[in-house]
Design a protein around this ligand. Structure first.
Ligand code: M6R
Length: 621
């Protein structure tokens, strides 16, 4: 996730240099990414100033000193690296060969390799490792082929596949900012003599509250006083026809937002945790878009492994538990998960033939890092699965795979957990096919549900908010203790749900294999003791039914998260989620549990973003 901003102003409309205004806008987008920053301004004399660097916004602005740079049009970017390490060269904006077209982008261009090869065969020289850089070169190439600036921009957009929010300036038309959106968010702000395009409304709230939220495939340009929007259809690279397009009458969609200053960086949500829970559909789409390309890097290594060992801490440990079950069942490779801080007791048996997958959203957790170092010392190959590009664990591993969920600010892992689970699932299934143990028909069924993960997450979020809030307020907020029980991959979900309510709402929650509950934990059950079951399929439900009965016979308060139309008797409360492959639901069934934890914390008067005694990243053993 990155933040982009574009501003175009009438002479005299701003009471400050454009560089300062862009800085203020970027500061409001800093929550979207902060590993590099950059901007481009066209000065009144027509010259282009580009400044960019690795680092946080304040440090970079201080170092490069561009607050006083002035002009009438500019674009800026705060980066969360996805393609290419966070370096000065990879920082946005990016330009064409001639240095006349300048672009900022948020998202992932899935076909960038093909586009880059095509452009290189036409003598374009690339400077960065980013997917974004294909965009200015495409615009330049289509201009060389005879199109005017706007037509070249539309043509370039029509050949991109993937997720993007783009702002571009061409020195041949300095009175316009071109923009385009697909999947990645982009909004237009209408000020007095100034027009904005930005990744999010908070960017320009200091200047205007009149907003147009762009829709997928909308493309257009803004001047200081007008905005044109069209829908542009995809086209093929080699096609000689212009892409078909239709002008959009957006006037009825412009609205006035009423947000307070303190909620802006939270995008209108009261807490980052709730915002990040709601970002899961987008995060899942981003992860899956990137996974197809990334898994190619590790498939041979994994398929040839004699054993796969996953290591992780906290939520990453729970995702790893799901992962080892996927590798055992889909790829039939002996696999196990070890919690990072305990890895030291197992490492003697690690060595050649082992592939260790180190799961860590931050990429900095010291326990996981130490396990990585031990594993490599003993000859095992290490794959890092992380959300932070170029963090220590990916850097010290043999190969790195990124979840691309965007920055997670809340201390509780939410979107990083779900994206870890789908990443591991995609890897295991692909390896299963490669090893010839997962029939392609089964792989296709799994893949078709995996591709719907984002859509299913939207459905879950729209359905489970109210029941989760009611349970939080009426049951969990008043309980001192509870059980979360599941079987198979549902156990990993139960463990993650229990961790959430423990860490943000301070309710003691214990997760157990449902079948194990009668071997001790059931002794604690008394009237009204909340016992939450996870079942992800009819088979799970059948097995869990008897555990529910056992709990109910002791007057527990029984709750279950179940796919639609699953029958289990003796349940006091049911939260229904859509039906899908149970392994895909392993990622999604945690959403109601995240919401229960969130609403319980709020009902008990706690700030879920800053739980006591916890840090987002634990760098001490
Ligand atoms: O950055 P990592 O994934 O390595 O972090 C691991 C744990 O510290 C982390 O998952 C922690 O348990 C979260 N607070 C869970 O919500």
């Amino acid at each position: 996730m990155c933040g982009i901003i574009g501003m175009i102003v009438k002479p005299g409309a701003l009471r400050e240099p454009l560089g300062l205004a862009l800085y203020k806008c970027l500061k409001n987008l800093e929550y979207r990414g902060y590993d590099s920053v950059g901007y481009a301004v066209v000065r009144a004399d027509g010259s282009l100033v580009i400044r960019k660097s690795k680092g946080k916004i304040d440090d970079v602005f201080e170092k490069l000193g561009f607050l006083d740079v002035d002009g009438l049009v500019g674009i800026g970017h705060t980066r969360w690296a996805t393609h290419g390490r966070p370096t000065d060269i990879n920082a946005h904006p990016h330009t064409d060969c001639g240095g006349r077209v300048v672009v900022v982008h948020n998202g992932i261009i899935e076909n960038f390799i093909e586009l880059r090869e095509w452009l290189e065969s036409r003598d374009h020289i690339f400077r960065s490792e980013t997917d974004t850089e294909v965009i200015p070169h495409l615009i330049e190439e289509f201009k060389r082929l005879g199109l005017d600036s706007y037509s070249a921009f539309k043509r370039a957009i029509s050949v991109l596949r993937g997720a993007y929010a783009i702002a571009a300036v061409d020195l041949d038309t300095p009175d316009r900012i071109y923009f385009a959106r697909n999947t990645s968010p982009l909004v237009v702000g209408f000020g007095d003599g100034v027009t904005f395009v930005a990744s999010d409304i908070p960017a320009f709230l200091n200047y205007t509250r009149r907003v147009l939220v762009l829709r997928d495939r909308e493309v257009g340009y803004a001047t200081a006083s007008e905005v044109r929007v069209e829908v542009v259809e995809p086209s093929e690279l080699e096609s000689s026809d212009p892409p078909s397009s239709e002008v959009v009458n957006y006037v009825g969609r412009v609205r006035l937002v009423e947000w307070s200053a303190e909620t802006v960086s939270k995008g209108g949500y009261p807490h980052f945790m709730l915002k990040e829970i709601h970002e899961q559909p987008y995060a899942l789409a981003q992860t899956l878009a990137g996974m197809v390309e990334q898994v190619g890097k590790v498939i041979d290594l994994l398929a040839g492994a004699e054993r796969i060992v996953l290591v992780g801490a906290g939520s990453s440990y729970h995702a790893s538990l799901a992962g080892s079950l996927f590798f055992a069942n889909l790829a039939e490779i002996p696999s196990m998960t070890v919690v990072s801080s305990e890895a030291v007791w197992y490492v003697k048996a690690w060595g050649k033939g082992d592939v260790v997958i180190a799961v860590s959203q931050s990429g900095e957790t010291i326990d996981t890092l130490l396990a990585v170092r031990e594993a490599r010392k003993r000859g095992a190959k290490v794959i890092a699965l992380s959300n932070v590009i170029d963090s220590t664990i990916p850097r010290e591993s043999d190969v790195a795979i990124y979840t691309r969920a965007g920055p997670e600010i809340g201390v509780a892992a939410t979107k990083t957990f779900t994206t870890q689970v789908v990443s591991l699932l995609y890897m295991a299934a692909t390896v299963g096919v490669k090893r010839g143990v997962l029939p392609s028909r089964e792989f296709d069924l799994l893949l078709s549900d995996l591709r719907r993960a984002s859509e299913l997450a939207v459905e879950i979020l729209s359905r489970v908010g109210d029941p989760a809030k009611r349970l939080a307020e009426n049951v969990f907020a008043g309980s001192r203790s509870c059980y979360y029980l599941g079987r198979g991959v549902g156990l990993a979900v139960a463990m993650e749900g229990a961790l959430k309510v423990k860490e943000v709402a301070y309710v003691h929650a214990e997760a157990y294999p449902a079948g194990e509950s009668k071997h001790g934990p059931i002794a604690l059950i008394e009237k009204g003791f909340p016992t939450l079951f996870i079942a992800l399929s009819n088979e799970d439900a059948e097995l869990i039914s008897s555990n529910v009965e056992e709990m109910k016979a002791r007057e527990a308060l029984t709750i279950a998260v179940l796919p639609n139309n699953t029958k289990i008797r003796y349940l006091d409360n049911v939260i229904e989620i859509p039906r899908a492959h149970p392994y895909v639901l392993a990622a999604l069934a945690v959403i109601p549990l995240q919401l229960i934890a969130y609403f319980t914390a709020v009902a008990r008067g706690y700030d879920p973003d800053k739980p006591r005694n916890l840090a987002k990243t634990v760098t001490v053993v």
